[in-house]
Write a protein that binds this ligand. Structure first.
Ligand SMILES: Nc1ncnc2c1ncn2[C@@H]1O[C@H](COP(=O)(O)OP(=O)(O)OP(=O)(O)O)[C@@H](O)[C@H]1O
Ligand SMILES: [Mg+2]
Length: 294
């Protein structure tokens, strides 16, 4: 298997807004992260709030604010993406790599029909007639499980339920057959039944199109349900990478064990990763890292 996405010693620092000279340096939001995702793999990243998951995901697509300093190497299909200019990033987005976010409502234009938004995404990347793009959009809407897609095509986003809007976002993300889909908490805003359906859909994509997926979540149940491998982040660092079943059966790292112990049944659906314990300092973290690798 070949790597579709690989991180080597990646660090992201946000410039401090504090100007006084005595201010302590801001620790990196992502620190020394290295791992590779293989073709067709669904790779989960878990970690408590603020552990750097979104920062890591956004670094791939050049979606970090300009104040962010990214170092190391991030390769998509063997091409370095750190330092690409806006045009180069734009051509990579949608085609090679697509991204979906937690809240579809924020990503969809409220004034525009959902079908046209998908069709425009298609037209932005290839030469195709309006009619052809419309037909393709309807078939994508059907594929993501929107019943009677043709009659839903002209609906504005607010006429759809949250789960349907999320499906529209997934349809738009798939419009150009991306090899890599990065999904940042794609189901967190949805109720449990719809969550399960959207996750099943992500599993289908991999099966039918061989899509490689980086799935960010703080829900251990999501990891158990769809991921092949999972990385655990804490304080910007990647503490452990394991096959999903091994992570639950045999967690290597003390922090991972603490996480699993804190969720009584191992991987209850809909559970969130707790913050444990209050605030660990860097010495604790280093000690745990050492314990975890022993
Ligand atoms: N634009 C920004 N400017 C400054 N600091 C930022 C910025 N974005 C994120 N950070 C900081 O980077 C760290 C990691 O944040 P990030 O959003 O990546 O966490 P996360 O794991 O995605 O959390 P959550 O589960 O809440 O989404 C946090 O300390 C956060 O305050
Ligand atoms: Mg996040």
């Amino acid at each position: 298997m070949t790597g579709v996405l690989s991180f080597t010693d990646v660090a992201v620092r946000f410039a401090s807004t504090e100007t006084s000279t005595g201010a302590p340096p801001v620790p990196p939001a992502v620190d020394s992260v290295s791992f590779t995702i293989n073709r067709g793999e669904i790779f989960g990243i878990v970690g408590e709030s603020g552990s750097g998951k979104s920062t890591l995901a956004n670094s791939v697509m050049g979606l970090l604010p300009r104040s962010a300093q990214v170092t190391g190497s991030i390769r998509v299909n063997d091409r370095e993406v750190i330092g690409l200019d806006d045009d180069q990033l734009r051509s990579m987005r949608g085609d090679e790599v697509s991204m979906i976010f937690q809240d579809a409502s924020a990503s969809l234009d409220p004034t525009w029909s959902v079908g046209d938004q998908i069709a425009e995404t298609i037209r932005a990347h290839r030469t195709i007639s309006r009619r052809g793009a419309r037909a393709k959009a309807i078939s994508l809407m059907t594929e993501v499980g929107i019943a009677d897609a043709a009659s839903r095509y002209s609906d504005a986003p607010h006429r759809l339920s949250g789960g349907m809007r999320q499906r529209i976002m997934i349809a738009a993300a798939l419009a150009n057959n991306p090899q890599l889909l990065i999904a940042d908490e794609p189901t967190t805003a949805l109720d449990v039944t719809i969550q399960a359906q959207v996750l099943a859909l992500i599993g289908e994509l991999r099966k039918n199109h061989g899509t490689t997926v980086l799935l960010i979540t703080h829900d251990l149940g999501v990891v158990a349900q769809v991921c092949d491998r999972v990385g655990v982040m804490y304080g910007g660092k990647l503490l452990e990478v394991a096959a999903a079943e091994d992570l639950f059966a045999n967690p290597q790292h003390a922090y991972t064990r603490a996480l699993l112990a804190a969720s009584p049944s191992g991987a209850p659906r809909g559970s969130r990763l707790p913050v444990i314990p209050a605030a660990w300092n860097i010495e604790d973290l280093q000690r745990l890292r050492q314990e975890g690798t022993e």
